[in-house]
Design a protein around this ligand. Structure first.
Ligand SMILES: Nc1ncnc2c1ncn2[C@@H]1O[C@H](COP(=O)(O)OP(=O)(O)O)[C@@H](O)[C@H]1O
Ligand SMILES: [Mg+2]
Length: 306
């Protein structure tokens, strides 16, 4: 099989540890793989030329492409490349629809709540007059404010007082997402990695001293954890609700039971593979092969039968 890895890292950055791990596992399983950099593609629309050029040449045929959309800005512009591949019938996952759902935390909360998946109480406000009522309904201070688009903990802020909140909200954005602070978990949350409807790995993440966010990029540390059937269940349902083929679900243990904070469509797994003995890259490659084979059967090998 020929497995493509679509990387959105900027061209002057090296491939990520995750991308290299996927390549290594693909090789071990006897497949060829290649990392494609999003920035080197051209999309051409003239009814004649190939639609996609890579480094100036027609994009070669690949059996399956694993997308790694590590983008934080202009998400809808970036995912146009993934959509283009889908229009051309390239078998790939995660697809652009599911990525868009996870890149916006308001959209994610909307979908998870609609699917009756427990989340921390969340209120989205659009005018200063509603601050007081929102804070009250979230159980008072501290409250969490989240930028709808953000990752690695940047854009997740804890606010301790009304004075702080009023001075932080500048009303230069159309809306703000306020969320109940889940105290019970004391800076710990669980990352659950799901591929194809199965939990393939999980770890506890603990925030570094003085920090409430447990992101590894902010100094959080992973450790082994046994997740409960309920935690596995809400992680699986979250990934399914967002139509992801693979995803990383952040779950917190609250007094009322587990709640989902967010779902990542290009989760890292370096720390997870380090603290547990799960082979996430291997599982991704295995699923990619299965996915490509299924697509070939359905389409009779045709590249255009989306
Ligand atoms: N409602 C909350 N209560 C307590 N801690 C939270 C809450 N929401 C987020 N956090 C902490 O902040 C971290 C980052 O939040 P998250 O929503 O996962 O955004 P990001 O996309 O930046 O990872 C979480 O892993 C968790 O440690
Ligand atoms: Mg997170």
């Amino acid at each position: 099989m020929k497995i493509g890895i679509l990387s959105f890292r900027s061209s002057n950055n090296h491939a990520s540890k995750e991308e290299i791990r996927i390549k290594k596992e693909a090789k071990l399983a006897g497949h060829t793989s290649r990392i494609f950099r999003a920035s080197r593609f051209q999309m051409v629309y003239d009814q004649h030329s190939p639609w996609l050029l890579y480094d100036g040449k027609p994009f070669p045929k690949y059996d399956v492409v694993i997308t790694r959309p590590s983008v934080l800005k202009n998400v809808d512009l970036h995912v146009a490349l993934i959509e283009q591949m889908e229009l051309m019938g390239v078998p790939l996952f995660n697809d652009y629809h599911s990525i868009l759902k996870t890149k916006n935390k308001i959209k994610t909360m909307q979908i998870l709540d609609h699917a009756a998946i427990p989340i921390p109480k969340t209120v989205v406000i659009r005018r200063p007059e509603d601050i007081k009522q929102a804070v009250k309904s979230l159980g008072g201070f501290p409250v969490i404010v989240k930028h709808p688009v953000g990752s690695f903990g940047s854009g997740v802020i804890i606010v301790e007082s009304m004075r702080g909140l009023q001075s932080y909200l500048l009303w230069d954005k159309p809306m703000y997402l306020l969320q109940e602070y889940v105290k019970y978990s004391k800076g710990k949350d669980i990352r659950i990695f799901v591929i194809n409807g199965q939990v393939v790995g999980s770890m506890m993440r603990s925030a570094k001293k003085g920090e409430f966010r447990s992101n590894i990029e902010l100094g959080g540390k992973g450790s082994v954890v046994d997740i409960t059937p309920e935690e596995a269940n809400i992680a699986l349902r979250s990934v399914q609700a967002l139509d992801l083929k693979y995803g990383g679900v952040d779950v917190m243990r609250s007094k009322a039971g587990p709640v989902v904070l967010e779902v990542n469509s290009n989760p890292g797994f370096k720390e997870l593979e380090g603290v547990s003995d799960s082979n996430i890259a291997g599982a991704l490659v295995e699923y990619a092969v299965e996915y490509a084979e299924r697509r070939t059967q359905v389409n009779g090998g045709s590249l255009n039968g989306v």
